[in-house]
Design a protein around this ligand. Structure first.
Ligand code: PXP
Length: 246
């Protein structure tokens, strides 16, 4: 295996989204994490949002107890999340911006604008032995500030690249390339994620400084598209078997 192999972190938030649609226990995001682990995932990512719209506190506790690959705990920079991270000590905490009304994490954290607040916050996580990652846009000033603040790593938001097309997508890819190169120069581990799919992942994977991708929505969506046919065939079979007994 190449020494440049990129780690794959699987985000299981949307398994919880589907589970919560019925308020029960199925499908279970922790079982999905164990499946991801079995399939070769290098880590699991889960975002405990303030409104608990998908992942719940008990999911995080069970993930910590049941998976053997590292948990990347996505969290907003709030006192509540800080207390949870310090208590549970996940392998890493990825600090993301969070707005209550957004559908997903819409952009990177403004590290430059929140420099003073983040300083103490990151220090508390580091003191608790939790490695800190900052989810930021591929912007050189944000990358520099992240390094100065003592983050171990950053994750560059790939959303603008994924959403763009044609010439504009090339411009966004170049921003990712420049951001990854600069991070490497200042000795900051650099990851990427958001919206990556089969169409977009290769060009980002060709940027050699990236060491990890975190991918969720597409994987869970594609799992439905790949698995639905067999699932329907099995249900048909069981219905027919039941009817044979009447
Ligand atoms: N990385 C971070 C920091 C995220 O917030 C998300 C979305 O929750 C992802 C990666 C995964 O993005 P997607 O679900 O679009 O693949």
């Amino acid at each position: 295996m190449s020494i440049n192999r990129i780690r794959l972190g699987v985000n299981i938030d949307h398994v919880a989204t589907v589970r919560n649609a019925r308020g029960g226990f199925y499908p279970d995001p922790v079982s999905a994490a164990l499946l991801a682990q079995k399939a070769g995932a290098d880590g699991i990512t889960a975002h405990l949002r303030e409104d608990r719209r998908h992942i719940k506190d008990s999911d995080i506790e069970r993930l910590m107890a049941e998976i053997s690959i590292p948990l990347n705990f996505e969290m907003a920079a709030t006192d509540e999340m800080l207390a949870i991270a310090i208590r549970l000590k996940p392998a890493s905490a990825c600090i993301v911006p969070e707005k209550r009304e957004e559908l997903t994490t819409e952009g990177g954290l403004d590290v430059v604008g929140n420099y003073e607040n983040l300083k103490g916050f990151i220090a508390k996580l580091n003191n608790a032995g939790v490695s800190v990652s900052l989810f930021i846009d591929p912007d050189l000033a944000q990358i520099k500030a992240s390094k100065e603040l003592g983050a171990d790593k950053i994750e560059l938001h790939t959303g603008s690249y994924v959403d763009a097309s044609g010439e504009e997508r090339m411009v966004e890819l170049e921003r990712l390339r420049a951001g990854a190169k600069y991070s490497n120069e200042i000795d900051l581990e650099v990851h990427a994620g958001h919206g990556l799919n089969y169409e977009t992942v290769r060009d980002v994977a060709a940027i050699k400084q990236f060491t990890e991708f975190n991918i969720g929505h597409f994987l869970i969506g594609e799992a439905i598209m790949v698995g639905l046919e067999n699932t329907i065939i099995k249900m048909r079979q069981l219905m027919d078997e039941g009817r044979e007994n009447c």
